[in-house]
Design a protein around this ligand. Structure first.
Ligand code: BGC
Length: 741
């Protein structure tokens, strides 16, 4: 007696003498995947093929029921698994089993500068997606931080293409180890929310290849992402969801992508372009206003009936739909049809621990005069917490990344839980920001209504601050419209809701006023010299308050560093310094990236005598580190060689801590203008007090190259280079030169 599989893969009993049905190739997992794809394709009708190329509900697309081919189920992404939605609605469906673990926002992950945290993040969120029976996770996002006004920066990994590339790869590997596809977004040039549905971006090939594409390329080639999402905006006057240049020329032909191109929700505008320009699956289309709704809305999609008709009358050859279905089947064999994939897990203690660890590693100590932090609980009677963000739920809102979190520990609750009876933790609201706490039917559990006037709130906070040993102001941005929120950009670089006034007033009466910013973006800090300590606390998800408290009281020694430049003012960002509406925010749906490759520190490095407020790569620790002199294993290098750079780092303080050692390369003389330096390596090293460790970096041609527009290739120009080792982009500890022959 033995068990074999039947046609849909279940084990069936085969008794002696009984014939065992032969598995068709497409169901036989001993056969090569490409053969199975061809076999499945050969059994499908044209209607079935077309059906697979477009949605059947808000987040799903059909399989082929007749053949047992499963549906595809997508979920946002990128910080947790989105609540189940009603079939054809954005609103949550009201299920009671779908409250997820909320992980820190991707800015926080990037701030860990730790690929191991990325892997842990991807693995954990992938397990959640798998458990919830989703086979495509809509994330991670790697659009470059070009302006601090971009409402969606919190979902991305900062301003540097190298950092974003190094961090995105393990995230994808982690997700996909669960048999869930990562869907990297938003490809490409979706660097602002303002006018995102229309804006046509003009950018030099050089900036495209050097700044905006490397993280996507790494996601595809090194991370082996199984899907990618087209952006809403246009490039070369074609929508990115069906864009010959981005999808066919670059993604498929140059990079060899064999996965699925998914449209952004409502990003498709044309049947023929979608057919020919690289799109595989259409989602969220609002054709003729159909999101608001007809009974067969999905048949009106560009890749639905209109596509079928053009295939039937021979206008579009069947090979076009076959190619799309091949990609979709490949996705399915890698996910739902992989019988060996794990089962996942949901809101496990391990996921809580992962969320907390990532948050603790990502929180950035920006300033800490006189070592005012960590809070010394043994000398503390009373801590005053001020600010709306100390109590506001940040997992609700912000657009498609909004979550129905299983729980969310607020900064106030986290601090109270940690401090316990050691001291009194008082709270004062200080200001009222935005009291709305609902998104797509998910309602925040915190009531933020407040009837007192701004003056009354300020007076209360100030008088309590006089009595406190420490004042922790927890403010920043939030997930409401025109803050850190999809669909629009911020309207100003300043902190909203008069928070500056509150901070100044608190600092005047209490010298130990510590500012914690909860945000995914940089903000103006006119009070920077008036407060001793500033912490970038990001949006940290379920474990936010616990992670923040552990940093504030010193259970955790902060080790995060900024993944983007924090400017003093908007003009510290090139896109704004040019003071040209064509550069930002665009004119008549058109935008020209005249800032070119000089984005972030690549721009601020050129501003003589003007330092950013907090530089790219900056972040402090409760201990101190001393760098040795960097050494290289050769003074001359040829293309094809690998250069070895070493530097020692000593923990010279009294506590264990971690330092992120950064390596920048400077091309001392080049035929094209180049940034003063570019990040080409980093490593996070953990050291006990007094311990010395060594960090090693390997450089090759790719570390030295620029993209030559004219030749359309990467060029490493012979000549003198310098390796700069730094604790930030502005804190260079050691330099060493070499020559490329
Ligand atoms: C966003 C995507 C998201 C999709 C589905 C769009 O509005 O741009 O990032 O994955 O909606 O919710």
């Amino acid at each position: 007696m033995s068990f074999v599989r039947n046609l849909v893969g279940a084990a069936i009993l085969s008794l002696p003498g009984m014939a065992v049905a032969q598995l068709p190739v497409y169901l036989d997992d001993t056969k090569p995947m490409e053969d199975r794809i061809e076999d499945a394709l050969s059994r499908m009708t044209l209607e079935e093929k077309v059906a697979m190329c477009h949605a059947q509900s808000k987040f799903s697309s059909p399989g082929v029921p007749r053949l047992g081919l499963p549906e595809n189920w997508m979920t946002d992404g990128p910080h947790g698994i989105r609540a189940e939605v009603a079939w054809d609605e954005w609103d949550q469906a009201g299920w009671t089993n779908d409250s997820c673990m909320a992980f820190p926002a991707l800015t926080c992950l990037a701030a860990t500068w730790n690929p191991e945290m990325s892997l842990l993040y991807g693995k954990s969120i992938g397990e959640e997606a798998r458990y919830r029976n989703k086979n495509v996770l809509l994330g991670p996002g790697v659009n470059i931080y070009r302006t601090p006004l971009n409402g969606r920066n919190f979902e991305y990994m900062g301003e540097d293409p190298y950092l974003a590339a190094e961090m995105v790869v393990p995230y994808i590997e982690g997700v996909q180890s669960n048999g869930v596809a990562a869907c990297v977004k938003h490809y490409a040039l979706n660097n602002q929310e303002h006018d995102r549905l229309q804006i046509d971006v003009e950018v030099s090939d050089r900036a495209l290849y050097e700044i905006y594409l490397p993280a996507f390329k790494a996601a595809v080639q090194r991370g082996k992402a199984w899907s990618i999402m087209g952006a809403y905006n246009r490039y070369k006057e074609q929508f990115c969801c069906h864009n010959q240049y981005l999808l066919n020329d670059i993604l498929r032909n140059e990079w060899g992508f064999d996965g699925v191109v998914v449209s952004d929700w409502g990003g498709v505008h044309d049947t023929k372009e979608s057919a020919y320009h690289g799109l595989d699956m259409e989602f969220g289309t609002w054709t003729d206003g159909l999101t608001v709704n007809t009974s067969d809305a999905y048949n009106h999609y560009y890749l639905a009936r209109p596509f079928l008709e053009l295939l039937k009358d021979g206008t579009i050859p069947v090979s076009v739909v076959d190619d799309k279905v091949r990609n979709i089947l490949r996705l399915m064999y890698r996910t739902t049809m992989n019988r060996n994939r794990p089962y996942g897990s949901f809101k496990s203690p391990e996921h809580a621990a992962a969320a907390r660890q990532i948050a603790e590693e990502g929180i950035v100590l920006l300033q800490n005069k006189d070592n005012v932090l960590p809070i010394r609980l043994d000398e503390t009677r009373k801590i005053l917490v001020v600010g709306e963000n100390a109590i506001k739920m940040m997992t609700v809102g912000g657009g498609s990344s909004s979550l129905k979190a299983w729980y969310e520990i607020s900064p106030l609750d986290g601090l109270r839980a940690r401090v316990g009876d050691a001291a009194e933790v008082e709270y004062a609201r200080g200001y009222v920001g935005n009291t709305d706490g609902s998104y797509n039917g998910v309602v925040s559990k915190v009531d933020l209504s407040e009837s007192r006037s701004a003056e009354e709130l300020l007076d209360e906070a100030v008088s309590k601050a006089r009595e406190a040993d420490y004042v922790i102001f927890v403010g920043g941005l939030n997930k409401n419209e025109h803050q850190d929120c999809e669909g629009g950009d911020r309207e100003s670089y300043a902190l909203p809701y008069n928070q500056d006034r509150v901070i100044e007033a608190l600092a005047q009466v209490n010298p130990k006023t510590i500012v914690v910013l909860i945000s995914g973006n940089s903000v103006a800090m006119p009070w920077v010299d008036k407060v001793p300590a500033i912490v970038e606390g990001w949006y940290c998800g379920s474990e936010a308050g616990n992670a923040l408290a552990s940093v504030l009281v010193g259970d955790v020694n902060p080790s995060g560093k900024l993944p983007f430049t924090m400017g003093v003012e908007l003009d510290d960002y090139h896109a704004h310094a040019l003071n040209d509406p064509m550069v930002y925010p665009g004119v008549d749906h058109k935008q020209v990236y005249k800032d070119d490759i000089f984005v972030g520190y690549r721009w601020s490095d050129l501003q003589k005598g003007k330092a950013p407020l907090f530089a790219f790569g900056h972040g402090l620790s409760y201990t101190t580190f001393e760098y040795g002199k960097a050494t290289i294993d050769r003074k001359q290098m040829h293309v094809g060689d690998t250069l070895r750079v070493r530097v020692s780092v000593k923990n010279t303080g009294a506590r264990a801590g971690a330092e992120i050692v950064q390596l920048y390369v400077a091309d001392l003389k080049s035929s094209l203008p180049r940034p003063k330096k570019e990040l080409k390596g980093f490593d996070k090293i953990y050291l006990q007090p007094g311990e010395t460790g060594e960090v090693e970096f390997l450089l090759d041609k790719s570390s030295l190259s620029y993209f030559d527009d004219k030749k359309h290739e990467w060029v490493a120009e012979p000549g003198k280079f310098e390796v700069l080792i730094g604790a930030s982009s502005r804190d260079i500890k050691s330099k060493v030169g070499f020559e490329l022959k």
